[in-house]
Design a protein around this ligand. Structure first.
Ligand SMILES: Nc1ncnc2c1ncn2[C@@H]1O[C@H](COP(=O)(O)OP(=O)(O)OP(=O)(O)O)[C@@H](O)[C@H]1O
Ligand SMILES: [Mg+2]
Length: 383
């Protein structure tokens, strides 16, 4: 479950400014392999200095999208523009991008510094400049004392940092990171995430990152694109994606959520009563503008931490409330997740922070309880 929305983000939101020009634009991009469509009519803008994350299940087209930007694949249809210039036909080495691959490989027989220098030597940079850049990179990723070691003499995390230094040494304007932290354990991963954001801010680069880890995407990125089968379902900030998913798919993909299917009973706009839903007898009132009419099938989505849980019934039991019993409890350290089985058999997930409350008897299995929530706690999803 995504508990935090990451560190307080810098003030940076060029996508909200209609006058700002995107740095990278994917314009109606389609990529087919034979008759299989890996990316379908996808349009996406990324801004200079943005930390942008691609999130989605395996096979949804993330790597393919990156490879097209890096120049390793040509789009079947559409254009990729960099600062307004079409990249079609520009070979990878002439693009201001560098890609750190999903399964990056260091050269085992070369020392750390040789690995970092490799691309620069290929480019035939003057020796003194190569040495200076290698030193700068070693310092950046805090591996100065490991310069003479071989990759086999490093930990997984250190190797990952060498790969990162090697990708950065050529000073790409855009760094493409395909699962860069995949090999690291959770603790090192978290540390490296902060190093990555630091690096990105310090160097003023544009980062495009692919990750399977939604918490990681939430932590590091300015915006996230959630993909499904070659299309983008939603592009938004981590907080927006979490608080206002635009579909059942995105709601379900990010974090833990209750999704309750139902139909619109009435819809009179947020200012005058909002939306009333009937979810198989459960009446749900929502303060929300919603483009749906009476009778439409929709879903109501509410995060477990927005569901209140108690032995006593709430003041109003007619709407946004249901009775049931505690069916399962998951202890997750800072909070507990209660699975409440409603009298009609549906399960509602409710999270409670584990703060000591000496007066209350802790809830336990089989307890009769009420779940209830406020009118602004969840949202109606129309797709
Ligand atoms: N060269 C290729 N030839 C045929 N099909 C390909 C090729 N490259 C990718 N595909 C297919 O395109 C789809 C998207 O692949 P891609 O590598 O972009 O997925 P992904 O989102 O990066 O997945 P993962 O998270 O597993 O890395 C997959 O179904 C894949 O099998
Ligand atoms: Mg991939």
């Amino acid at each position: 479950m995504a508990k935090s929305l990451g560190p307080v983000k810098r003030k940076f939101s060029p996508w909200t400014d209609p006058t700002s020009v995107p740095f990278i634009r994917f314009e109606n991009i389609t990529k087919r392999f034979g008759n299989f469509t890996a990316v379908e009519n996808l349009t996406l803008d990324i801004y200079e200095r943005e930390f942008f994350a691609l999130l989605g299940p395996s096979g949804c087209g993330k790597t393919t999208l990156m490879r097209m930007l890096a120049g390793f694949e040509e789009p079947t249809e559409g254009r990729i523009l960099l600062q307004g210039k079409d990249l079609a036909g520009v070979p990878p080495y002439r693009r201001p991008t560098n890609m750190m691959f999903q399964s990056y490989a260091l050269f085992p027989h070369m020392t750390v510094e040789k690995n970092i220098a490799f691309g620069l030597e290929q480019d035939k940079l003057p020796k003194a400049e190569i040495a200076a850049r290698v030193e700068e990179m070693l310092k950046l990723v805090k591996l100065e004392q490991f310069a003479k070691r071989k990759p086999s003499q490093l930990s997984g995390g250190q190797r990952q940092r060498v790969a990162l230094a090697r990708s950065l040494a050529k000073r790409p304007k855009v760094l493409l990171l395909d699962e860069p932290l995949g090999a690291l354990d959770k603790k090192l991963r978290e540390e490296t995430q902060f190093e990555l954001t630091d690096l990105q801010h310090t160097l003023g680069l544009t980062f495009l990152i692919v990750t399977h880890d939604q918490e990681e995407a939430m932590t590091v990125s300015d915006r996230i694109a959630v993909m499904d089968k070659g299309v983008i379902m939603q592009v938004a900030t981590p907080a927006e994606i979490y608080e206002a998913p635009n579909s059942r798919y995105v709601a379900d993909f990010i974090g833990d959520i209750n999704i309750i299917e139902g139909a619109i009973v009435s819809n009179s706009g947020a200012a005058s009563g909002g939306v009333m839903l009937d979810c198989d007898g459960l009446k749900i009132a929502v303060d929300q503008e919603c483009p749906a009419s009476t009778g439409d099938r929709v879903a109501y989505a509410i995060r477990p931490e927005k569901v209140r849980l108690g032995i006593e019934p709430p003041a109003d039991t007619a709407v946004n409330a249901a009775a049931g019993e505690v069916y399962d409890i998951g202890y997750l350290g800072d909070f507990s997740l209660f699975l409440v089985k409603l009298d009609d058999g549906r399960i509602i997930r409710a999270a409670q922070a584990n703060i000591q409350r000496l007066v209350d008897r802790p809830l336990t299995f089989g307890d009769r309880v009420w779940v209830h929530w406020s009118r602004d706690a969840g949202l109606v999803l129309t797709r």
